[in-house]
Design a protein around this ligand. Structure first.
Ligand SMILES: C[S@@+](CC[C@H](N)C(=O)[O-])C[C@H]1O[C@@H](n2cnc3c(N)ncnc32)[C@H](O)[C@@H]1O
Length: 243
């Protein structure tokens, strides 16, 4: 027989869970993000080597790059590029004639990208780093590919950023996203609260479903999404129709 304390525990647990969930959404503001990435910039890329039985962030990057059909000579926009963790995967595919325009709100992250990835690899002629709010991006360039990894769960006005990026994509170009998501697999449901706790700690919102925007876009073609790492990550792409 379940007693009153059990049910009290369930109610308190649900209430605390709802509070953490609400807190993580309302706490996702630019000033906190900037302070966080200021602290994390120097060691941010090491997070890729967090071993959870596999390296899910690296799998996500490689999967996304394979999905978006990068070609030698492509011009790529990588927004919210962070410390440049995508650059080696992109450069490997677009080669010495390819270009990356890489943007981030945090100058500290861009400095880390320059010092840790761009200069050591001699990619100064290929990669341009620009400090910019993704929701305010407006470049003259039209891109063959636009990518964003681990950014849409973070950028406060992420839907505006997606619209901006889409507008700069060439007809026939591909928009690729890799990110966190709330796993919907049955066996992850009992530990669902962990996603909220992790989100609160890393200032992110995994419950955003950016792929639905991609899937529903009236100009979108050939949409595809792959779940990774038990549904906690995904990679998705959609091509911009030519007409
Ligand atoms: C989780 S990191 C991901 C970095 C990188 N894309 C990667 O895959 O490693 C999120 C990045 O989003 C950036 N960011 C946050 N708000 C932004 C905004 N409004 N516009 C552009 N970048 C933003 C942060 O500075 C940070 O570098």
């Amino acid at each position: 027989m379940l007693n009153g304390r059990f049910w009290l525990g369930v109610i308190v647990g649900l209430a605390v869970g709802a509070m953490i969930r609400q807190q993580k959404k309302s706490g996702l503001v630019q000033a906190r993000l900037n302070a966080y990435y200021h602290r994390r910039a120097q060691n941010y890329n090491l997070t890729d080597y967090l071993f959870l039985g596999q390296f899910p962030r690296i799998t996500m990057r490689k999967t996304l790059m394979d999905m978006i059909d990068l070609r030698p000579g492509d011009t790529v926009l990588d927004f919210a590029c962070g410390a440049g963790a995508n650059f080696p995967y992109v450069m490997e595919r677009i080669g010495p004639t390819g270009k990356i325009i890489a943007t981030d709100y945090s100058q500290d992250m861009l400095d880390a990208a320059r010092d840790q990835i761009v200069i050591p690899n001699g990619w100064q002629g290929n990669i341009t780093l620009i400090q910019s709010d993704a929701a305010e991006m407006n470049f003259d360039t039209q891109f063959d590919k636009v990518i964003c990894t681990l950014g849409l769960a973070v950028i406060p006005r992420y839907q505006v950023a997606m619209e901006r990026a889409w507008a700069m994509l060439k007809p026939g170009g591909i928009f690729g996203v890799g990110d966190l998501s709330e796993s919907e697999r049955w066996y992850t449901q009992p530990i669902r609260f962990l996603t909220d706790l992790i989100d609160a700690a890393i200032i992110a919102d995994s419950s955003r479903r950016a792929w639905e925007w991609m899937q529903a876009h009236p100009e979108g073609r050939d949409y595809e999404r792959r779940e990774l790492f038990h549904g906690y990550f995904y990679a998705a792409k959609v091509r911009k129709g030519s007409s």
